[in-house]
Design a binder for this molecule. Structure first.
Ligand code: ADP
Length: 472
């Protein structure tokens, strides 16, 4: 891999001021999903290294939280600038380990940097309160304080932005962090930490441990020095981590799976609906938690929408899926749907040439009971379900334990409000499918998670409220 600055390619854990291997000296491979080539090896660290990282984060905490928000903001801003300066290299590293095309990777680096910039500012606006007292002579005050050492566990689908979305607000609030990146994409995480170091963020404030997820996770969730866990990943792992955090009563944020409905009504702008469906469904080859998972299309527009969608899918040039297991999972969902009567109008199979590629697929004749309409597909497959009435669409859309994102295309303003209020999802796109931005609250209802990331609300996840009552 060519990099303008080869020293961004780090392959050791970062604990305090040191780049270190695993105590056991064991490593694991980081593989390019496009061709299976080994790009690097990184340490297979476990409990002991994680404990040291937590202790180091804890010892760095008093000085870091003791800075003013502005002082922390200056350092974060420098980190942000360095990330943008090295955007092309960070994107090259990301494409190599994750597979998304360069343009998407560069887009993610900019989007990811946005969280650091936003929270560098937002840290200055962590206001407390003075509450009018019902008792003469007493003063009631509310202070906000950093929660303490934060554990962050991040997924491979956004190897950069899921880290900055947690570390930006955590560091701005005055917390220190131990990060465990996904084993598929540790290099993007390590490059970010290298840049944090160059920005002058003090050693110990941001630590990274790569390695065994279960062991590292067990230490992060049981160590009493950790006061907060922020996790993005699958619902199954999120539930397990929430249980594990119960014994030490950590504050927990979870951003988990989704099953996003994408509803197209008869009165939709067809061009906008097709463009929105393509962007929402096929971004990152369908591997985002807010990707359209089920396309609910009203009778009157169904056939025209299908024709246009298939035509647009024909022009796509997608990256590979993350690994062979992901391809197998998508293949299973498609085969199951076809066996039950759905039809693939395009795609439907893995790419014959090899690699982890799956051809972009449009499935018609899907019914709500098929597995592809109930499970998160996490691949480039668009299953279409017909509906007749608005009530039916809302009922179908809500008929899932998930509640992350939902999209709807319609020109009826009254209906837009009924949808905004009737859909049980944390994020609603109305005639818009690109909803992610650092300035808006991102997060799910129901089994899609707890808490919100980004926006003025995102920093609350890293703060404790302290009530001070004073007399005299
Ligand atoms: P995905 O299915 O998208 O890979 P996962 O939930 O398995 O989602 O992974 C998201 C993150 O959670 C990754 O960093 C992964 O290493 C981590 N992870 C997986 N299992 C555990 C576990 N038992 N404890 C802690 N972290 C885990």
């Amino acid at each position: 891999m060519h990099l303008d600055d080869p020293s961004l390619l780090r392959s050791l854990c970062r604990i305090g001021e040191e780049w270190v291997g695993a105590d056991s000296q064991e490593v694991f491979d980081v593989v390019d999903p496009a061709d299976g080539r080994v790009i690097a090896t990184v340490p297979r660290a476990g409990k002991a290294e994680t404990r040291r990282a937590i202790e180091r984060a804890s010892s760095a905490l008093p000085a870091w939280r003791g800075l003013t928000a502005r002082e922390r903001g200056v350092l974060l801003r420098r980190w942000h600038d360095l990330i943008l300066q090295h955007r092309d290299d960070l994107a090259r590293i990301m494409t190599a380990e994750q597979g998304k095309p360069q343009a998407e990777a560069r887009g993610e680096v900019s989007y990811g940097a946005g969280f650091i910039d936003w929270f560098a500012e937002e840290g200055k606006r962590i206001y407390g309160d003075i509450i009018p007292s019902p008792f003469p002579g007493r003063r009631i005050m509310v202070l906000k304080e950093p929660v303490g050492v934060v554990a962050a566990i991040t997924p491979w689908n956004f190897p950069n932005a899921m880290i900055t979305r947690k570390c930006g607000p955590a560091l701005a609030a005055g917390c220190t962090v131990v990060l465990k990146p996904a084993e598929d994409t540790p290099l993007s995480a390590l490059a970010l930490v290298e840049l944090a170091d160059r920005a002058g963020i003090p050693a110990g404030v941001l630590n990274v441990v790569t390695g065994h997820p279960v062991e590292i996770g067990a230490e992060l969730t049981s160590n009493p020095l950790v006061r907060k866990l922020s996790f993005t990943g699958s619902t199954a792992v999120g539930k397990a981590l929430l249980r594990q955090c119960a014994d030490t009563m950590k504050k927990v944020s979870l951003e988990l799976g989704g099953n996003a409905p994408f509803i197209v009504f008869d009165d939709a702008d067809l061009d906008a609906a097709v463009a929105g469906a393509i962007a929402s469904k096929f971004r990152n080859s369908g591997q985002t938690c807010i990707c359209a998972n089920r396309l609910l299309v009203q009778d009157g527009i169904h056939d025209a929408f299908v024709d246009r969608l298939v035509e647009a899918v024909g022009t796509l040039d997608l990256g590979p899926l993350i690994h062979g297991r992901a391809v197998e999972g998508v293949e299973r969902l498609v085969n199951d749907a076809v066996a039950l009567g759905a039809r693939a109008l395009c795609g439907g199979t893995r790419r014959a040439a090899g690699g982890n590629y799956f051809d972009p697929t449009v499935l018609v004749g899907v019914t709500p009971s098929m597995a592809c309409a109930n499970q998160e597909i996490f691949g480039p497959v668009a299953p279409l379900i017909r509906f007749h009435t608005e009530d039916e669409a809302i009922r179908l859309a809500n008929d899932t334990p998930y509640g992350l994102a939902a999209y709807a295309y319609t020109r009826d303003a009254g209906r837009e409000w009924r949808l905004a209020e009737g859909l049980e999802f944390g994020i609603i796109g109305l005639n818009e499918s690109m909803v992610s931005t650092e300035v808006a609250p991102f997060g799910g209802m129901k089994e899609s998670g707890l808490g919100r990331e980004g926006s003025k609300y995102g920093i609350d996840e890293y703060l404790e409220i302290k009530y001070v009552c004073r007399t005299g």
